[in-house]
Design a protein around this ligand. Structure first.
Ligand code: R2B
Ligand code: URA
Length: 313
């Protein structure tokens, strides 16, 4: 009677082990002699990826290169790691497409603006984590967004990442046909982030749906682009319908981020601060120092999460 129990345990442990690994969903990679991660300026032949990256547990991505460098210096301080935070160097210095900083078990990368830019980065990042044999990794997107019925400066932890029709899916054209992928995010990580916000001061946080668009202006119902093909009433009607569908903020990367992480078995969360309330306007007019402080909020929240997970909070 012991044997089946033992077998069962081993089976579960094995399943857990497999589950925690970073997967790629592409059999072609196995037969490649070298994998060049072109936009990161890294390769399996020229770099020892397991040695460089094998200990990574937290990956934080965000649009701006400067902000992600600042985040790496901030997390270095927060984790009280040895060495000079000013000397953290860009691992991807061979390219100016993206930048990447590693601080202990935390990797901080930029992804640029919009779905195509982040999706290229994520293909190469996920392959990097796979080649490096990373396990038990959590990914965060730290970003900015337009709020829907929220006070500016509110942090939105994404429940569902939704498309222009408020559907929790990501559409992509592959070989001339549209395929759809689920944009499920990790509920446990989202709730843990909400809990973290309640332990901090000045990080007003809500959980809500995040709408991802392919444009900042007309695509987000703005009246102030170089083109505008709709009325103020039509804009407000769309935002109202978004709000009723649970949308609390709008940005430009969440659906593909969620879809790619989910397909590859990576736990992921989206944490974006709102820079304005879209029911009140389209232009971002807050002073620079206010915007800088807003953009630190997702960083402070995720840093608290990481410190807690590492037993350092
Ligand atoms: C938020 O901010 C950027 C546009 O200003 C875009 O990358 C996004 O998702
Ligand atoms: N980023 C967006 O995509 N939209 C906004 O309104 C603000 C920041």
């Amino acid at each position: 009677t012991m044997a089946p129990i033992l077998l069962n345990c081993m089976g579960n442990d094995h399943n857990e082990y497999i589950k925690q690994q970073v997967h790629v969903k592409n059999p072609n990679l196995e037969s490649m002699e070298e994998d060049v991660l072109y936009h990161l300026s890294l390769s399996t032949k020229t770099h020892n990826l397991p040695e460089m990256f094998g200990d990574i547990k937290f990956v934080c991505v965000g649009g701006s290169a400067n902000r992600m460098k600042a985040f790496s210096q901030f997390i270095h301080q927060e984790l009280k790691l040895p060495g000079n935070p000013e000397e953290i160097s860009d691992i991807c210095e061979g390219t100016d497409r993206y930048c990447m900083y590693k601080v202990g078990p935390v990797l901080s990368l930029s992804h640029g603006m919009g779905v195509p830019s982040i999706s290229i980065m994520l293909h190469e990042l996920i392959k990097l984590l796979y080649h490096a044999q990373c396990r038990d990794v959590v990914l965060f997107r730290l970003g900015t967004s337009g709020g829907v019925g929220l006070a500016p400066g509110t942090v939105v932890v994404t429940d569902k990442a939704v498309d222009y029709s408020f559907r929790p899916q990501f559409e992509q054209v592959v070989l001339g046909k549209v395929i759809t992928r689920s944009t499920e995010l990790d509920k446990g990580v989202a709730n843990e982030l909400l809990q973290c916000s309640s332990e901090l001061q000045n990080i007003p946080t809500v959980i809500g749906n995040t709408m991802c668009t392919h444009d900042f202006y007309e695509g987000q119902g703005r009246l102030d682009g170089a083109l505008c093909s709709f009325s103020n009433e039509e804009k407000l009607d769309y935002l109202k319908r978004a709000y009723e569908a649970g949308v609390r903020n709008i940005e430009m990367e969440s659906t593909v981020f969620a879809a790619m992480c989910y397909a590859c078995g990576l736990k992921a969360a989206v944490v974006c601060v709102t820079l304005l309330n879209r029911f009140e306007g389209d232009q971002i007019t807050s002073p620079h120092d206010v915007l800088v402080e807003y953009q630190q909020r997702p960083q402070v929240l995720v840093s608290h999460f990481i410190k807690k997970r590492l037993g350092k909070a």
